[in-house]
Ligand binder design. Structure first.
Ligand SMILES: *[C@@H]1O[C@H](CO)[C@@H](O)[C@H](O)[C@H]1NC(C)=O
Ligand SMILES: *[C@@H]1O[C@H](CO)[C@@H](O)[C@H](O)[C@H]1NC(C)=O
Length: 151
């Protein structure tokens, strides 16, 4: 987690949700959508349990979708709360037990459960959650992004 966080901060400053509008019919509080970035990044589906997350507790994130580019074998997940790098969690996408190995070829569907994510103690009820898939050691190479605003 001591990589080029300056870039991350720069990136996060430009992220706003563009299609995270909750559907009236489902009960989800935390609805992820594509990050508003230029150039646009691929996105993916995210659900979180519990929904909404509880400050100071653990949560499980469920990532799924179709790889829109090849996912390298050193891909990492970053989860950021309220767009601040000081409150992030994450880990290796490719080393979650019980899942197929990376790399994942473009066009292949994927589904990973990422559990034991520590929710910051001071996370307010209104906040954003941003998930980045990043190639390790190359933070400039963000592969995909999803963001949710919880109000
Ligand atoms: C994770 O999300 C996918 C896609 O919505 C779903 O098919 C799968 O059942 C979910 N897994 C769990 C454990 O909730
Ligand atoms: C987190 O973001 C929300 C929504 O923008 C804001 O109301 C809240 O004050 C922020 N909290 C912190 C600790 O930054």
């Amino acid at each position: 987690m001591t990589r080029n966080l300056y870039f991350l901060l720069y990136l996060l400053a430009t992220i706003t949700p563009i299609n995270a509008i909750p559907h009236k019919l489902d009960k989800r509080t935390t609805v992820f959508g594509q990050c508003s970035l230029t150039p646009a990044l691929p996105t993916f589906q995210v659900t979180v349990s519990p929904d909404p997350v509880v400050a100071g507790k653990l949560a499980t994130y469920n990532f799924s979708g179709t790889a829109q580019t090849d996912f390298p074998n050193d891909m990492e997940i970053f989860i950021m709360f309220n767009d601040t790098e000081s409150t992030l969690d994450g880990g290796d996408f490719c080393n979650i037990p019980g899942n197929p190995a990376c790399p994942i070829k473009r066009g292949t569907s994927f589904n990973r459960l990422f559990s034991s994510v520590q929710i910051p103690e001071d996370l307010p009820a209104s906040h954003t959650e941003t998930v980045l898939f990043i190639q390790a050691d190359s933070v400039t190479s963000t592969i995909a992004c999803a963001v949710a605003t919880v109000s």
